[in-house]
Design a protein around this ligand. Structure first.
Ligand code: F6R
Length: 548
């Protein structure tokens, strides 16, 4: 994923930019570049990791600059395709995240006018459009350029000899960090935290002029607007590895704290109606992508069980293509980042369909949190490792809390049930710590999975989406092919794929699906597949039919 940083102030801009770019490295990238605008524009960009090319980057003295980490989408990773892009006069520099859909027709027009392109990217048209419109006002030139493009963007640009970074966003995040006598911009708040925790999130379509002395903010129609900055409660340390070998491990171990923070205050807020007011709700639709969609599937079981409300789950990437039923369910958008394009599009579509929307998100100030009617923050803290771990478990907490709220509103849960469920939730950090304490046993058990090429994950009922999540995580992290299945579906085809080289991970807990799950595990074992069972401690029956 691409990353943007920009700095204007009293320090050597190059140092601040390189620090910011390093903090964005976790997002993955293939090229990196910086431009410094002092009296004349300086540019360095190349393919490869920052650590390998940093020594070649001159330490220019300029106090304003922009930088970028690129994850190639349009045009292969190469020096020329890296950002920043510079116009034909060599005076304007620009970095961009997003996609310019009409870049080919714009490029043709610009080439006909004599503009010379140096890359294969969609982004480069933006800097040439700015050049076409530049008349001494960088902000006006950027606005004019953006008015001609179709697509999405977070963009930062600057002109040699000027003292302004100009920025705008559409469907891609951009945040301004407010310092004293210095300001910064970035696509991700993590890049700003070493400078400041006072931030202004740009809203959809907004633009801004950023100088060392202040910010001028404009709405999507170009009118000046004022907004109070937000304070980010995450620290730089929160966003760093904290002694763990890698971020994912750190974030796995942060789960008990994340659950605790997620519950903190939420139980009270939930009961006080702060998150879902007393409104009539006849049905619920949960909409999300990836891991968040698995949390949403878990949410369906919980809401149907606790609140007896008809609940459906839809992938956000599919939602807008469905015709809708004419009904207006409470539509719950689950998204860790609050910035996933398909989920944002689904939220907008839901509102158009007359649905009340509730965002379940981790990021305060994210686009979804501003666009939804109601917001539930999961408070998991920054998730640097990209793979959802602590954010997923806090989404599950959110589903339980929403189930409790809807169940109390509809009086499908009595007081004793609410008390007992709330107490169980409060015990969750302790339960999760108990599992983490057994990491070495788990490490031994997964040996049987490490050499496999294909692995099946099986579960029933509420554990089925958790098995889908297990399989997704394995694919994403280890590049081993894994499939999650509802255990009862195994006999309808996939059983044929099982043999001694295809291990199975099976969730079998003490609920109404237990007997059936034990039967499924026996079926699998009969085909010689090694089975790793996930169950309740001391379950001898499960232990007897599994290998680990
Ligand atoms: C997998 C993972 C992704 C995200 C998905 C949605 O580990 O992290 O599948 O869950 O991209 O992202 P959010 O929740 O930010 O909308």
């Amino acid at each position: 994923m691409c990353g943007i940083v920009g700095y204007v102030g009293e320090r050597m801009a190059i140092d601040v930019l390189l620090d910011g770019l390093k903090r964005l490295e976790y997002r993955g990238y293939d090229s990196v570049g910086v431009a410094i605008a002092s009296e004349e524009l300086k540019l360095f960009k190349d393919k490869g990791e920052l650590s390998k090319i940093e020594a070649q980057i001159p330490r220019w003295k300029g106090k304003m600059g922009i930088g970028h980490t690129r994850w190639a989408t349009c045009g292969r990773p190469s020096k020329n395709n890296s950002h920043p892009f510079v116009d034909c006069t060599g005076r304007i520099a620009l970095v961009h995240n997003g996609i310019i859909e009409n870049h080919l027709s714009l490029r043709k027009q610009l080439e006909d006018e004599g503009h010379v392109f140096t890359s294969e990217t969609d982004t480069e048209v933006l800097v040439h459009l700015m050049e076409r419109h530049y008349n001494g006002d960088a902000h006006a030139a950027l606005m004019a350029a953006l008015s001609q493009v179709k697509g999405t963007y977070a963009v930062a640009a600057m002109v040699e000899g000027d003292d302004r970074i100009v920025v705008s966003r559409k469907e891609n995040p951009l945040v301004i960090g407010l310092g004293v006598g210095e300001n910064m911009v970035a696509s991700d708040v993590t890049a700003l935290l070493s400078l400041t925790n006072r931030v202004l999130y740009l809203l959809e379509g907004e633009s801004a002029i950023v100088t060392a002395g202040g910010i001028t903010l404009f709405d999507a129609d170009g009118n000046k607007v004022e907004r109070e900055p937000s304070t980010v409660t995450w620290t730089v340390e929160d966003a760093e590895k904290g002694g763990f070998e890698h971020y994912m491990l750190k974030e796995i171990y942060e789960q008990p704290t994340a659950i605790h923070n997620s519950l903190l205050g939420s139980l009270d807020e939930i009961y006080a109606g702060a998150i879902i007011p007393d409104i009539e709700i006849n049905s619920v639709k949960l909409v999300a992508c990836g891991s968040s969609s698995h949390a949403a599937m878990v949410g369906k079981y919980i809401i149907e069980e606790m609140a007896r409300l008809p609940t459906t789950v839809e992938l956000a990437s599919e939602y807008r293509y469905s015709p809708g039923t004419g009904e207006s369910p409470l539509t719950i958008l689950v998204t860790q980042s609050g910035e996933t394009a398909d989920t944002l599009a689904a939220a907008r579509e839901a509102r158009q369909r007359g649905c009340r929307t509730l965002a379940v998100t981790n990021l305060v100030g994210s686009t979804i949190s501003r666009e939804a009617d109601h917001v539930f923050y999961t408070n998991a803290g920054p998730e640097i490792s990209v793979a959802a771990t602590k954010s997923y478990i806090t989404q599950l907490m959110a589903m339980y809390l929403l189930g409790l709220r809807l169940g109390t509103m509809r009086q499908t849960l009595d007081r004793a049930e609410v008390r007992s469920l709330s107490n169980e939730l409060r015990s969750m950090p302790r339960y999760v710590s108990g599992v983490l304490d057994r990491a070495s046993e788990i490490e031994e058990a997964v040996d049987m999975l490490a050499k496999a090429d294909h692995i099946f994950y099986l579960g029933r009922n509420i554990n089925y989406p958790t098995m889908l999540e297990g399989a997704l995580k394995l694919k994403e992290i280890s590049y081993i092919h894994a499939e999650g299945y509802a255990a009862g579906e195994l006999k309808h085809g996939p059983l044929a794929l099982l043999d001694a080289n295809t291990p199975v991970v099976a969730a079998c807990v003490n609920d109404h699906t237990r007997e059936k799950m034990l039967g499924n595990i026996s079926e699998v074992a009969a085909r010689d597949s090694p089975v790793l069972g996930i169950g309740v401690e001391g379950d001898r029956e499960l232990e007897a039919i599994t290998d680990a």
